[in-house]
Design a protein around this ligand. Structure first.
Ligand code: DGJ
Length: 731
């Protein structure tokens, strides 16, 4: 891994084991030359840039060189107004109202390691040898604006992280307004691509979409104030023939939890520009002399081995160098959560009974969900009043936590810190603490408003309220929920010219609070949630290493949701629970077996009233819990191979393989019964072709190459909603 500067050609070669990313400074403009399979560094770098003279409709900023037009050069951080008419990476407005700036090369630094981003989540290194960073600084002479482009490459992974820092000098500069500041923009040299992205809705998150890129733009975005159920902050550019195991895939993932935009634009000469960053819609930022604005980080992954290779790179990076804390590498506990078991209707005896039933079956953690505080018997009140409800829990939280601990389970607790109910003591005391616009209606959703996280006093209140509880009861886990999107976005703390900063300042405030809470209580495992997967993004994973994947707990819906989520996110980040039938979201009846197998493909748990199970059901649960404890290291840390897609047919399959390829587990699911079915055979992936494997419960040996190329014969399966688990161990 290295970053090499070839001075005579003014070329930066950023490379990892299998990937190169090449930038050239041409007439002081930063030009994008290449991103893809590794190139030799020891080669003749001259003559790479293709130079063509175009018509006057591609203007020439360098009069003596008509082959230079920003409209045709592939750019690293494109600007608007000086000859590039495509999607710009940034735009600023000066005090005189003009929007013209022209960034030219100023200097560069090459550093070992990877610096942290001030106040923002980002991937990190544990030792400087893991990565190198290029800081490329560009200057607009006229305003003194500098833009520093940050690129980090990792030694062992085909990853480039990118972000930009916009700064004004202390002396001699006037303030300006940033109208857009994206994190990354890459110009690809042709348009033979498709854009793959993840879209959905509440209870239907991260379904895979794939479509051809055509002249014009394809944009995905969120304007909801959070990354959202609807569009995930991720897009990949792939070749039309790219599949799970073959072909180029270029991933763009934004480490941010607020409004984002990702776009693919094909221009008149068939270049494809992909850009990603904070959504410029309803955003601006006032930059004063001496100040800097740091964009969030975009994590770019290149895979020559299809979508599977891209996903495994993201999984490894996010599992080990985005998630943090003592729980990062620890087995995640099997939990039982009371939400779908009791909703708001519980007391201490009921909770203890569920925990005791869980303990008898081998479950390790009990999570008390919504309804334990204020006077919260439904969702109409009390958010913000983080004081235990003595009607439900007369002896308080510590007593309840100890009773749960007494059954042998650890104790976890739900909060929704960012919210405020109009019917709450907090709102009566501080009606101005929510996001709102003076004199206008405050639109409620689920009868709640959103606290203004850009305010220090709000964050201090929340830190105090949460700390009082977390420090005074044996709490090992926190579920941090967030159940609505932003309306009437405004902050009374900000001047009129800064109102469009509110949504981003909210995220910065939230990140600051999360850093404070998680570092004060490092022993607690935090799980993020936003009505399920409304904020399943890398920003949240930096503070909380797992997320409640979806409020849809139906096993069949979960096949798609978990499959789609795995395009970017590791399964160690995905909460997955067995729930009751008929399912509470879609009323489907499925066997306990398939519900278990789908949930065992993530961070496993139950979300139902275990006290209502009969002996047969208890036995199934006992076996599932015991099986998961055995499989847990493989599922949580293994390499994921997706074998059959639920988006393409009646069958779904995926498998996990240990890093040394000695252990593998295959999960196979069939949704509906097929009369007089064809023979079933499943080809596996990721095994060692030269090893023999034993299949648990079967005699004989299976060669790795046979399992991958011929496949494993599947038994005949009867009925709807059936599943199989096959565990292979190398001999
Ligand atoms: C939404 C979450 O996704 C659910 O799991 C549950 O915690 C409810 N909120 C509680 O209000």
């Amino acid at each position: 891994m290295a970053i090499k500067y070839h001075e005579s050609e003014r070329i930066y070669h950023l490379f990892s084991e299998g990937m190169s990313y090449v930038i050239q400074i041409v007439n002081d403009y930063p030009v994008h030359l290449y991103w893809g399979k590794r190139l030799r560094d020891e080669m003749d770098w001259s003559g790479m840039l293709q130079r063509v003279e175009r018509s006057s409709f591609c203007p020439n900023p360098v009069p003596e060189d008509l082959s230079i037009s920003l409209d045709t050069l592939p750019q690293e951080y494109p600007q608007y107004g000086t000859s590039d008419f495509r999607e710009p990476a940034y735009q600023v407005q000066l005090e005189d109202g003009t929007r013209i700036t022209e960034l030219k090369y100023r200097n560069h630094r090459i550093l070992s390691g990877k610096p942290a981003l001030n106040g923002l989540p980002a991937v990190y290194v544990e030792s400087d040898g893991e990565a190198q960073t290029l800081e490329l600084t560009l200057l607009d002479d006229h305003t003194g604006l500098t833009v520093t482009l940050l690129y980090s490459v990792f030694e062992r992974l085909n990853v480039v992280t990118r972000s930009a820092r916009l700064s004004l000098p202390q002396e001699g500069a006037s303030s300006l307004r940033i109208l857009r500041a994206l994190s990354a923009s890459v110009d690809f040299h042709d348009r033979d691509y498709e854009l793959l992205y993840l879209s959905g809705a509440w209870t239907r998150e991260r379904h895979i979409q794939r479509r051809q890129v055509l002249p014009g733009g394809t944009r995905i975005e969120s304007r909801r104030g959070s990354s959202s159920h609807n569009m995930n902050p991720f897009a990949a550019l792939v070749r039309p023939n790219t599949d799970e195991g073959h072909g180029d895939a270029y991933g763009f993932s934004l480490v941010y939890s607020g409004n984002f935009m990702a776009q693919a634009e094909v221009d008149q000469f068939d270049l494809t520009r992909v850009s990603i960053g904070i959504n410029p819609f309803d955003f601006s930022w006032q930059l004063e002399a001496g100040q800097s604005f740091q964009t969030p980080e975009a994590v770019l992954v290149y895979s020559p081995d299809g979508l599977g290779g891209m996903s495994r790179t993201y999984h490894r990076l996010y599992r080990t160098r985005l998630c943090r804390g003592v729980h990062r590498d620890k087995p995640r506990l099997i939990l039982v959560n009371n939400w779908e078991a009791t909703y708001f209707d519980f007391n201490a005896d009921k909770i203890e009974a569920i925990a005791r039933a869980g303990a008898e079956l081998g479950i390790e953690l009990f999570v008390l969900d919504d309804g334990w505080f204020g006077r919260r018997d439904n969702d109409h009140s009390s958010l913000g009043d983080w004081v235990v409800d003595k009607n439900k829990l007369p002896n308080g939280l510590r007593d309840l936590a100890e009773r749960v601990n007494g059954t042998g389970l650890q104790f976890g607790l739900w909060f929704e810190p960012e919210m405020i109910s109009p019917d709450s003591d907090l709102y009566r005391a501080h009606p101005d603490w929510c996001l709102h616009v003076e004199g206008r209606r405050r639109t409620e959703a689920r009868h709640q408003l959103i606290l203004d996280m850009s305010r220090q006093d709000v964050r201090d209140y929340l830190f105090g309220a949460l700390s009082d509880i977390l420090a005074n009861a044996p709490i090992s886990y926190v579920k941090w929920d967030m159940n609505r999107n932003m309306t009437e976005i405004g902050s009374t703390q900000l001047s009129p010219d800064r109102q469009m900063e509110t949504a981003h300042r909210y995220m910065l405030g939230l990140y600051e609070l999360l850093e404070r809470v998680t570092s004060t209580f490092p022993h607690i495992l935090f799980e993020s949630c936003s009505g399920g997967g409304g904020r399943f993004d890398p920003g949240m994973l930096y503070y909380m290493p797992q997320t409640w994947t979806s409020d849809d707990s139906d096993a069949i819906e979960r096949l798609k949701i978990q499959y789609g989520t795995s395009i970017v996110y590791p399964v160690s980040a995905m909460g997955a629970h067995v729930s009751a039938i008929p399912n509470h979201q879609v009323s489907r009846l499925t066997p306990l077996e398939i519900r278990g197998h789908v949930a065992m493909s993530g961070n496993f748990g139950y979300e139902l009233d275990l006290t209502k199970f009969d002996e047969r059901e208890k036995n199934v649960v006992r076996q599932q819990v015991a099986a998961y404890k055995q499989l847990r290291p493989l599922v949580q840390n293994g390499d994921l191979y997706r074998l059959l897609s639920p988006f393409e047919g009646n069958e779904t399959a995926w498998m996990f393989v240990s890093e040394d390829r000695k252990e593998a587990v295959v999960f196979f699911f069939r949704t509906l019964a097929v009369p007089n079915p064809p023979l079933g055979r499943l080809k596996l992936q990721g095994l060692d072709p030269d090893r023999d494997y034993r299949l648990e419960g079967e005699s004989g040996l299976f060669a790795g190459d046979r399992l991958m190329h011929y496949g494993v014969n599947l038994p005949r399966l009867e009925g709807d909603f059936v599943s199989l688990v096959m565990k292979f161990t190398a001999v």
